[in-house]
Write a protein that binds this ligand. Structure first.
Ligand code: UDP
Ligand code: MG
Length: 308
């Protein structure tokens, strides 16, 4: 069985369409499937729509988060809930073409354990978003050691991979990179990002920055090493400056240089604060992990209503 995991946040307009599109497709291809919608604490009628769908189609199931925990948590909840031999993550807005699931599924049948969806075209994204995404992926690719430029959350993973990912104790996960990291046998399927069907993208600049920073820091400690590198460079530079200062002192020209003093103070103060900030961020991460809070809290399940 194939589990289709669909994180949804304020997607009341898309739920029914997504469910019908996927179910129709699976019926046509005669693939046994279940659809798991995760309502990520939506403020609109998303969960009502999911419940409606689950009453109509027995393949549809839904979870409702008590508040917005983010897409990453939603993916994990879906994986945890899934009963299939493999699972695929799909966006509710159908920006990932559902037809590609078939292609992924047949690759899985051929023995691949991770099938990555690779974007050939980033679709209709603003220039700012594009730039941001590009630099983020460049950094990530460097750290993960795999080209992540065109990866997405559109992936099919085998039960083995699901179990491996679920057994990771960490709370701050980055699904997209972890599936690379897990190292299973993988294949790729190319797809073109489509325009959103209804509603608008949930990512504000603030949310994106948070997402990027949290993913980088949850995956690598390289920023900490960068501080050391930067510190060493600064030290070299400051060594040069001290020689110059001493020479000037002995030549009797040392009264000048007030500007230099101010600039140096600013530079050192600034870089120290930045370094502290980065370290602080990692401490915050440790703090969060140590608390061991759950990734998400489920307030309702469609199954509960069915049982009543
Ligand atoms: N999403 C979510 N929680 C969030 C934000 C988004 O579950 O906090 C879901 C959303 O419903 C959609 C998918 O993640 O199914 C991708 O979101 P969106 O289309 O807004 O992002 P974009 O396609 O612009 O990257
Ligand atoms: Mg989208």
């Amino acid at each position: 069985m194939l589990s289709v995991i669909i994180p949804s946040y304020n997607e009341e307009l898309n739920i029914e369409l997504a469910a019908e599109t996927v179910l129709e497709l699976m019926k046509k291809e005669q693939i046994d499937c279940e659809l798991i919608f995760i309502d990520d604490g939506s403020k609109d009628k998303t969960f009502e729509k999911i419940t409606e769908c689950s009453e109509k189609y027995r393949e549809v199931k839904g979870l409702n988060f008590s508040r917005n925990f983010g897409k990453e948590a939603a993916i994990y909840a879906g994986l945890e809930e899934s009963k299939g031999d493999c699972a695929v993550i799909l966006d509710c807005d159908l920006q990932f073409p559902p037809e590609k699931i078939i292609e992924m599924y047949s690759l899985w049948q051929d023995g691949f354990e991770v099938v990555e969806g690779i974007k050939t075209d980033r679709g209709n994204e603003g220039i700012f978003y594009r730039l941001f995404a590009k630099s983020f992926y460049n950094i990530m690719s460097y750290f993960v050691g795999v080209d992540m430029q065109s990866t997405s959350d559109f992936k099919l993973v085998d039960r083995k991979v699901i179990d491996a990912l679920l057994s990771l104790p960490e709370r701050n996960t980055f699904f997209r990179a972890l599936s690379f990291w897990s190292g299973f046998k993988s294949a790729q399927v190319e797809f073109q990002v489509r325009d959103r069907k209804n509603g608008k993208s949930k990512w504000s600049f603030k949310k994106l920055t948070k997402y990027a920073v949290s993913n980088i820091t949850s995956f690598t400690t390289a920023p900490l090493q960068l501080i050391t590198v930067f510190g060493s460079i600064l030290l070299l530079f400051l060594g040069g400056m001290s020689v110059q200062t001493l020479v000037r002192f002995f030549l009797g020209q040392s009264a000048e240089g007030f500007t230099t003093v101010i600039l140096l103070l600013l530079l050192i103060g600034g870089s120290l604060m930045m370094a502290l900030g980065i370290i602080g961020y990692y401490i915050a991460r440790i703090y969060e992990e140590v608390k061991g809070r759950p990734r998400y809290i489920i307030s309702k399940k469609t199954d509960d209503e069915k049982d009543k």
